[in-house]
Design a protein around this ligand. Structure first.
Ligand code: SAH
Length: 347
């Protein structure tokens, strides 16, 4: 099949076709891929970019992910937990900025137990008309259910790698199957589901990335998130090479072709390895940006990787800078909750 035909195919891309697209080398071909992805994005979202305000409320973590700066073994990283009052104040800042999704993100920190997280969800929902996304790592099934009932709308849990061998290598022998069971359960009890992985992790191949995309399709995720791997200080992978802008953009674009209406963020990690990372992501099929509202002095301590962009800024400045960049790129900020388009079908 020639490229033009492949780019206009409706759904059901095969694994080989996905690999073929990820392997495109010719600059003109790659640009055809990006522009087809953007065309599909426009069909579903127009030129609107959805914003989600992120609060990184704790960097304590009981996990051992080889790539992540928050891993428990990193004794050099100063740890923090925001208080409930600080989290509610930051939620108010997000609400006052006009953004209508609040993402509560942390390391895997059991201090924020079932009750405390429920209290946060309930308090935020009572005060502000927003959607809430939880990104707290792999917790237990009862907790997910309680948090759903407390009012949380979405759960973001990246599968990180769809290759079971690599998954076990990155996560001290943890099982990919378990992660997938969690993702399926979250979806089943009614969360809008976000998943995805890093691009350019050590040992990862293009075939693995194709399987990552296929897993997102199989899970029918509402958001698929891909950012480049960037080495983090004080981790086993601190001297490894970062993922590339190009392969990340190709992954975003191919995912847009395969997933059509799912949300896809243009991530902070992509923006951290490339001056125009956000813009390039938006031009290759992404339609979501997640500005970081974590206040100082915590902001500079949520170091999942090196040279994270924007940590020195005031949160409100960071948001405005992003808004300006979106508008300069000819797009518009959507100040709405930005629920999954799939919800409309069932709602
Ligand atoms: N603890 C939660 C989320 C916090 S980390 C969880 O396990 O889901 C948020 C995301 O940062 C992770 O899902 C991972 O994909 C990304 N991340 C971690 N280390 C990274 C690195 N070195 N480079 C790029 N992204 C990284």
């Amino acid at each position: 099949m020639e490229l033009g035909e492949l780019l206009h195919k409706e759904r059901d891309y095969s694994r080989d076709e996905i690999i073929y697209l990820l392997n495109l080398k010719d600059t003109r071909d790659i640009h055809k891929l990006y522009s087809r992805a953007q065309e599909i994005t426009n069909e579903y979202f127009g030129n609107m970019v959805y914003l989600r305000g992120v609060i990184e409320f704790s960097n304590y973590c009981s996990e051992h992910c080889m790539y992540c700066g928050l891993r428990e073994e990193n004794l050099i990283l100063p740890r923090y937990r925001m208080t409930a009052e600080e989290i509610l104040q930051t939620s108010k800042n997000i609400y006052n900025s006009g953004i209508r999704t609040i993402v509560l993100q942390s390391g895997q920190d059991s201090f924020f137990d079932t009750d405390l997280v429920s209290y946060l969800i309930y308090s935020i929902k009572r005060q502000f008309d927003v959607a809430i996304t939880l990104s707290l790592g792999q917790r237990n099934f009862e907790e997910y259910k309680t948090w759903k009932i407390a009012g949380a709308d979405r759960y973001l849990l990246k599968h990180e790698s769809a290759n079971p061998k690599l998954y076990a290598t990155y996560h001290r022998k943890a099982k990919l199957d378990d992660r997938i069971q969690h993702l399926k359960y979250l979806k089943r009890i009614g969360f809008q589901l976000g998943s995805g992985n890093m691009v350019g992790l050590p040992l990862q191949t293009v075939e693995d990335i194709a399987d990552d995309i296929l897993l997102c399709r199989e899970l029918d995720v509402d958001m698929a998130a891909f950012g480049p791997f960037i080495p983090a200080n004080n981790t086993p992978y601190q001297n490894k090479k970062a993922g590339s802008t190009e392969l990340t953009l190709k992954t975003i674009a191919v995912t847009r072709l395969v997933m059509r209406s799912s949300h896809i963020p243009s991530t902070t990690s992509l923006d951290s390895i490339d001056t125009f990372g956000r813009e390039k992501g938006l031009a290759a099929g992404a339609n979501v940006i997640m500005p970081n509202f974590t206040p100082h002095p915590y902001r500079e301590k949520y170091l999942v990787y090196k040279n994270k962009r924007g940590i020195k800024f005031e949160p409100s400045e960071a948001h405005l800078a992003i808004k300006n960049r979106i508008e300069a790129a000819g797009k518009k900020v959507a100040y709405s909750k930005g629920h999954s388009l799939k919800m409309r079908v069932t709602a």
